[in-house]
Design a protein around this ligand. Structure first.
Ligand code: DNO
Length: 364
């Protein structure tokens, strides 16, 4: 397991490269050019600049998260070839600066969605929270209105210029079925995977978060069956998965340990985090510790250990603790704690220790 840490870039992150370097066992950053709009080609000089910064800090930049996919590609519009061309050139340039894994997603319109970025917890921390009833059954245009009014409904990663296009985007997705989305994904993979193969890159799709359709938009990277179907679309080591335990774990029917065993050689990148799922389907992000959430993090680390996982891993979202002011989910403290928990488990499994199944604390 090669430990990495997500970094949003100089001036765009409250965490410094030096702080990241000081977390035990972290060898690289997970990065992106966050200001380049989806669909545009990434400039090589900007990538070189990140490489210099990472080099100076003694960290590698092997993993990029994400190169975002333009909506025209997901919609299968005629203009998709232009954007796929840009995507291909971006892959080639990323290979030139030494990148090995590119994480991306194929979720229509939204990336991850929560209804509260700072839900207070009993111990005084705050965490990302998803309240089903706030999202389900809401008319997308009503959603636009609420976002514009700056209400409690917050969509991370939403740049104002994208919001302006939301109405027309929702219109464009009218009638787009899951089957259409699979076809458009197939077309995209057929174009980019041979390029990734030639350039020694492993593409790693991120599961949909949450893993079910929202606002009537189809979502397909949601379950073990669908991941199997995805991998079969283009059978190549360069066509892989970012196995995110928190995204998939929001649906308790998902058996993540079984997925690790089944897809082991197609997982170049692991996101490891915990969520606590409530009976009504709401969920809150917790510490990484197994007892604190619904996801069996110990079992997941054991599964990675048992399959001989040599890919990249990162702790995923953390809570906001110790009064840290940071990007929602992306502070230093809780993610660093998460890493130490993951290493503790990993070392125990390396030594053949039989870690007992953790007792869950009572769900409130
Ligand atoms: C959330 C992240 C996702 C992920 C994208 C990949 O914190 O895991 O936003 O970066 O879905 O494209």
């Amino acid at each position: 397991m090669r430990m990495t840490f997500r970094w949003f870039g100089e001036g765009n992150d409250t965490v410094s490269l030096q702080q990241i370097k000081q977390i035990p066992g972290v060898e690289g950053i997970v990065w992106a050019l966050h200001d380049v709009p989806a669909g545009e080609e990434w400039p090589l000089e900007r990538m070189m600049a990140i490489r210099e910064q990472a080099d100076r800090a003694g960290l590698h930049l092997d993993v990029v998260e994400s190169v975002n996919v333009h909506e025209d590609i997901k919609l299968g519009r005629p203009t998709r070839d232009l954007y796929i061309g840009n995507y291909i050139r971006t892959i080639e340039k990323l290979a030139q600066v030494g990148v090995k894994v590119i994480c991306y997603n194929f979720m229509p319109v939204f990336d991850w969605v929560r209804t509260d970025l700072h839900k207070a917890t009993e111990d005084g921390a705050t965490a990302l929270f998803f309240e089903k009833s706030k999202i389900h059954g809401i008319d997308p245009l009503e959603l636009v209105r609420q976002i514009n009014e700056n209400s409690a409904l917050t969509m991370p990663g939403w740049e104002p210029e994208r919001l302006e296009h939301l109405t027309s985007l929702f219109e464009a997705y009218q009638g787009v079925t899951e089957e259409d989305l699979w076809k458009n994904l197939q077309y995209f993979l057929d174009a980019i995977i041979p390029v990734a193969e030639r350039n020694g890159i492993r593409m790693a799709i991120h599961p949909d978060d949450p893993p079910w359709p929202i606002f009537g938009l189809p979502r397909i990277i949601t379950s073990q069956d669908n991941l199997r179907k995805f991998l079969a679309l283009h059978d190549s080591p360069s066509n892989g998965i970012t196995l995110c335990s928190g995204s998939l774990g929001a649906n308790p029917d998902n058996d993540i340990i079984a997925m690790i065993h089944e897809f082991a050689d197609r997982i170049p990148f692991a996101h490891i985090r915990n969520v606590r799922v409530f009976e009504n389907g709401d969920f809150i992000e917790t510490s990484h510790r197994t007892q604190d959430g619904t996801v069996d993090i110990s079992g997941i680390v054991q599964a990675y250990h048992d399959v001989g996982f040599t890919g990249y891993a990162r702790p995923d979202h953390g809570r906001h603790i110790w009064d840290e002011q940071c990007r929602p989910g992306y502070g230093l403290y809780d993610r660093a704690l998460g890493i130490m928990y993951l290493w503790g488990l990993w070392d125990a499994y390396q030594r053949g220790v039989d870690v007992p199944v953790a007792e869950k604390e009572a769900v409130q």
